[in-house]
Ligand binder design. Structure first.
Ligand SMILES: [Fe+2]
Length: 301
């Protein structure tokens, strides 16, 4: 395994890695780097079978936790509901066999933001099986954004003074096929988490899912609608500025590992979504003390 630092200073690129035969040292990197550096991208992997991908995820994570309470057909058959498909492909009955199969922009979000942090699947892996060329997933770094946010001169009144006291309430249902209101088929867990959190490496970040946020609270008091909307709008825009975003242009047989506490992801519009197939597994790792790792050579493909 060869590790490189992206010129942006935080994304880690991995070359020369075979997920079918990982060493303990390699697994340790993969259990920690998504949390110290938010995103790890593995390039030029061998073609993996579903079983090989699932076995690899089971070895990396302490616990695989792909617990979306949704239709069986969104999961890879035989995977014990541990591997989900992300695709616009339809089955013989015209039903979509994966998540988020619409060709339009899939807005910024992170998964399961309402779950208690110690129970939440805080790492997500995607593996590009086929048809992924031309598709782009964008990942944001809310740890880096938080550092700058505290110094912002343009924040709405009251936001920065209260940043560490804000709790976000999530209560949502979404249509996993097309994000419309017409056919909501997924009831997400509802609940509150603080806006400023620490991830598994102990690094402060902002946990926010632009797509499914419902209200802000301070000291068990719900903020009025106008303040909520003003603060949320500012945060959503601030956190997804280009300087905090890495846009991954997919090729087949690649894998991304991202921390779901320290950032969000979004998919750009992609017309050939029914041809694309990704496999997706979420999981948890043990907390550890860590800091951003920049001690790798620069990635220069
Ligand atoms: Fe997602």
């Amino acid at each position: 395994m060869k590790l490189y630092l992206d010129p942006n200073g935080w994304v880690i690129h991995v070359l020369n890695f075979d997920p079918r035969q990982p060493s303990e040292e390699e697994l340790d990197y993969l259990r920690t780097l998504p949390f110290t550096n938010v995103l790890v991208v593995m390039h030029d992997l061998p073609v993996l079978t579903a079983q090989e991908y699932q076995d690899f995820c089971r070895r990396v994570y302490v616990r695989v936790q792909n617990d979306n309470p949704t239709k069986d057909k969104r999961f890879l058959p035989g995977s014990n509901r541990e591997v989900m498909r992300v695709t616009g492909r339809l089955d013989e009955e015209g039903e979509m066999i994966g998540l988020f199969g619409m060709p339009e922009f899939l807005p910024w979000h992170c998964n399961q933001p309402a779950m208690p942090l110690d129970q939440r699947p805080d790492c997500l892996t995607l593996y590009s099986v086929e048809g992924s060329a031309g598709s782009i997933t964008a990942y944001s770094n809310s740890s880096r954004a938080l550092r700058d946010l505290r110094q912002s001169q343009h924040a709405p009144p009251g936001l920065l003074e209260n940043l560490d006291r804000i709790e976000v309430f999530y209560n949502y249902s979404v249509d996993l096929d097309r994000l419309s209101d017409s056919n909501q088929d997924y009831e997400g867990p509802s609940g509150k988490n603080t806006l400023v959190v620490k991830n598994k490496a102990g690094i402060p970040a902002i946990l926010l899912s632009n797509l499914v946020t419902k209200s802000f609270w301070i000291n068990d008091q719900e903020l009025n609608e106008q303040i909520y909307k003003t603060w949320l709008d500012y945060l959503c825009k601030f956190l997804t500025q280009k300087k905090y975003v890495y846009a991954h242009r997919w090729r087949d047989n690649e894998m991304t590992f991202n921390c779901q506490v320290s950032g969000q992801h979004a998919r750009l519009p992609f017309a050939r979504i029914e041809q694309r197939l990704l496999w997706r597994v979420m999981g948890v790792v043990t907390p550890f003390d860590g800091a951003l790792r920049t001690d790798f050579p620069l990635y220069n493909p």
